[in-house]
Design a protein around this ligand. Structure first.
Ligand code: BEZ
Ligand code: FE
Length: 304
């Protein structure tokens, strides 16, 4: 038996050996079926954890306070409890589990992998014609001057993961943070819906837009998630990325992100969301006064 398993057994025997079974047995016959299925496992892991680390009342109370504080900070613009889950890898893990459960058989190798939604998505981004720019900030603003060297042409196709055929009329919903590391709803220097847009693919499955080459940014540090990062001696940075939700009739909507391969944080994402297939290369773009960089990326969707 491994040392940690032995430690767990020894810790268990110090405490009432019937306690966890008693708590599990309190579930009644009319319990919600999914909860009745999963709660015994949750209770065993939770209780074993407390026994294994000899969790004290003061430590448990500090954890309760932290979760309460995160809840009180959360509203329609901020999801601090979600952020706590993110830094613990939980959103990335459930995203992997969900996509494995939903992927049609055989599509694992061809479908574009998903990645976490994150807390900064906004519904109802402007619907724009292909070829438009989502950089809405005024050209004479300080924000635009910082952003200008990063102007990027982003294009690609949306295809079926099973047949490889293009999907016309797919909706590509895209959003990203500015060069100051902030999304527009966090930042009064950006206009409403800056760096957000929805585009429809043409008959060849193609989408085209102008945006920015993304910049790495720290997740918000002024709440419990930031405190936990500091206590764990961890950095808060997310590698430079662009978010997408790609949907089409008859296909499963894909929530994902693409990551700039040149960003050092791709190997050390504070929310553990990077995947090799989602690393992309921004290339220098010549002869286009609207962009200095270009990215070509195709999305492969699974049928429903
Ligand atoms: C984001 O990419 O926007 C994000 C994801 C998880 C936590 C914080 C930010
Ligand atoms: Fe993001």
């Amino acid at each position: 038996m491994s040392t940690s398993k032995m430690a767990g057994k020894a810790a268990k025997s110090k405490y009432d050996p019937q306690f966890t079974d008693q708590v599990i047995a309190a579930t009644g016959p009319k319990a919600h079926p999914r909860l009745a299925q999963i709660m015994p496992s949750l209770l065993r892991h939770l209780h074993d954890f407390a026994r294994e680390v000899d969790l004290t009342v003061a430590e448990w109370a500090a954890g309760v306070d932290l979760i309460n504080e995160a809840g009180l900070m959360s509203d329609s613009k901020r999801n601090e409890t979600g952020l706590l889950c993110d830094i613990l890898g939980l959103e990335s893990l459930v995203d992997e589990i969900t996509s494995k459960l939903l992927l049609s058989a055989g599509a694992e190798s061809t479908a574009t992998p998903s990645a976490v939604l994150g807390p900064f998505y906004r519904e109802n981004a402007p619907v724009l014609p292909n070829g438009s720019s989502i950089v809405l900030a005024a050209r004479d603003s300080a924000w635009y001057r910082e952003a200008e060297p990063l102007l990027a042409h982003i294009s690609g196709r949306v295809v079926s993961a099973s047949s490889g055929k293009p999907i016309a009329n797919a909706v590509v919903d895209v959003w990203l943070a500015g060069p100051n590391g902030m999304y527009e709803q966090q930042d009064t220097s950006q206009p409403d819906m800056n760096l957000r847009g929805r585009f429809r693919t043409d008959a060849d499955g193609k989408y085209v837009l102008y945006a920015l080459r993304p910049t790495a940014y720290p997740i918000p540090l002024d709440g419990p998630a930031g405190r936990v990062l500091q206590l764990l001696d961890r950095h808060p940075y997310r590698p430079a990325h662009v978010h997408f939700i790609v949907g089409a009739e008859g296909f499963r909507a894909l929530t994902t992100q693409v990551f700039d391969r040149e960003d050092p944080y791709v190997k050390d994402d504070s929310v553990f969301a990077t995947k090799d297939e989602l690393l992309v290369d921004f290339k220098k773009r010549d002869g286009d006064d609207r962009a200095h960089w270009s990215l070509v990326y195709d999305f492969a969707l699974c049928e429903t």
